[in-house]
Design a protein around this ligand. Structure first.
Ligand SMILES: Nc1nc2c(ncn2[C@@H]2O[C@H](COP(=O)(O)OP(=O)(O)OP(=O)(O)O)[C@@H](O)[C@H]2O)c(=O)[nH]1
Ligand SMILES: [Mg+2]
Length: 392
């Protein structure tokens, strides 16, 4: 499907920048337009692929291009004040050619975590196409302010978007890696997983049309109903059939599958589906209780078959307990078969429960502080009244 991507804040901008590079590299045609929004000028300059005219600096009057320093209330304020600047950039893209918006942001900082929900609300008021979020949760070792920002922003973001796809840095960080090197790998993982999902259904001219191809509407239907989504992924290298060579030896019982053993193909697919669902998810959770799911099988068409996908789909129905599991092919000439699984409307997510707890505790603290200051105020007023009484 074709997306208009908006990267909000540093992480958001870098990930959208990376999506553009992925799009070029794999010819997947999912990024119809890419915009970066930030309150920090240096972050915008540091991007490689997003066109200059699509880089929007907000909050200049308030923070002079220096960022909001992890203050997400300030992030939300500057986004609201300068929303017209963002809209001007969006006005330049052909939104009639776009299936959905995808707003990408790190939830731990100030600009993206404060601004992304503001933009989502704005876009939903104006456009009829879906507005999705891709929210990146901070590592738990980043410190309290990042967790608190994420706890607050998450609740608002999930409410404003049609679906919030989540990637949790905490489950993906690698020990012994520099921050930047680590993010590089993490960002590659993000674009690979979400790239396959959104790339399904974007079969270019001259490409083979599969037996049961995934369509954009199936992605949209899986995401509809809202909530939080996570993505599982697994892949296996295969040899491309270049006519003859090694593959011609796998004649097996044929079944019209270009000389590949149909049973092998089916087994490979079913085990990839299990690996993808039970392996590391972008947001780790219990898959049982998932409301809707979509299984995408990507690879050379001779390695895809209906039976394998059907089995994988059934297995996912059993594991999730969902009655709404879609599945299909994404034929592409890469030397690997990959299963990507979108689990939409997940309910049993330990990380989110912890974040909600943090948000509630923070709210209690705020209430305490407010109550305290109200009491102080009352005392002051009472004192004043006491003092004033004699005068009347
Ligand atoms: N996956 C990923 N996460 C990142 C990357 N850079 C930063 N993050 C995460 O995103 C969070 C927010 O950081 P930024 O995106 O720099 O924050 P910002 O939105 O620019 O906000 P301010 O810098 O406070 O103005 C951090 O706490 C990290 O968890 C990245 O390249 N990839
Ligand atoms: Mg920043």
């Amino acid at each position: 499907m074709k997306l208009a991507m908006v990267g909000f804040g540093q992480a958001g901008g870098k990930i959208v920048d990376r999506f553009l590079e992925y799009d070029d590299r794999t010819n997947s045609g999912i990024v119809r337009a890419a915009i970066a929004v930030n309150s920090a000028k240096a972050d915008l300059i540091g991007l490689d692929n997003i066109p200059q005219e699509n880089r929007v600096l907000i909050g200049q009057a308030r923070v002079k291009g220096h960022g909001v320093g992890a203050d997400n209330e300030l992030g939300a304020e500057v986004a609201e004040e300068d929303i017209d600047e963002v809209q001007n950039a969006i006005d330049q893209i052909p939104t009639h050619e776009v299936d959905a918006f995808l707003i990408v942001a790190g939830m731990g900082g100030g600009t993206g975590s404060g601004g992304a929900p503001v933009l989502a609300k704005h876009l939903k008021r104006i456009y009829t196409i879906p507005v999705y979020g891709l929210g990146v949760l901070p590592g738990t070792d980043e410190g309290g302010i990042y967790t608190l920002n994420a706890a607050r922003s998450f609740q608002t973001f999930v409410r404003e978007v049609d679906n919030l796809l989540v990637f949790d840095n905490d489950s993906w960080r690698q020990t012994g890696e520099s921050m930047e090197g680590g993010y590089d790998q993490i960002n590659e993982e993000i674009v690979r997983r979400f790239g396959i999902l959104f790339g399904a259904g974007e079969v270019g001219e001259g490409q083979e049309v599969a037996e049961s191809i995934v369509d954009s509407s199936e992605i949209i239907n899986t995401l509809s109903g809202g909530g939080v989504s996570t993505v599982g992924y697994a892949s296996e290298e295969v040899e491309l059939n270049t006519g003859g060579g090694l593959l011609s030896r796998f004649t097996g019982d044929g079944d019209g599958d270009d000389g590949l053993d149909a049973a092998n193909t089916t087994n490979r697919i079913t085990s990839l589906v299990r690996k993808a669902a039970l392996g590391r998810l972008t947001l780790p959770c219990e898959i049982e209780g998932t409301e809707r799911a979509l299984l995408v099988l990507a690879g050379p068409s001779e390695y895809l078959n209906r039976k394998g996908i059907e089995r994988g789909r059934k297995w996912l129905e059993e594991e999730t307990g969902s009655m709404e599991v879609r599945g299909g092919d994404f034929p592409r000439e890469e030397p690997e078969v990959a299963a990507a699984i979108l689990l939409s409307g997940v309910t049993n997510v330990p990380r989110i429960k912890r974040l909600q707890q943090v948000a509630i505790e923070a709210q209690d603290n705020i209430d305490d502080i407010q109550q305290e200051s109200e009491e102080n105020l009352e005392e002051l007023v009472e004192d004043d009244e006491d003092e004033l009484e004699p005068l009347f």
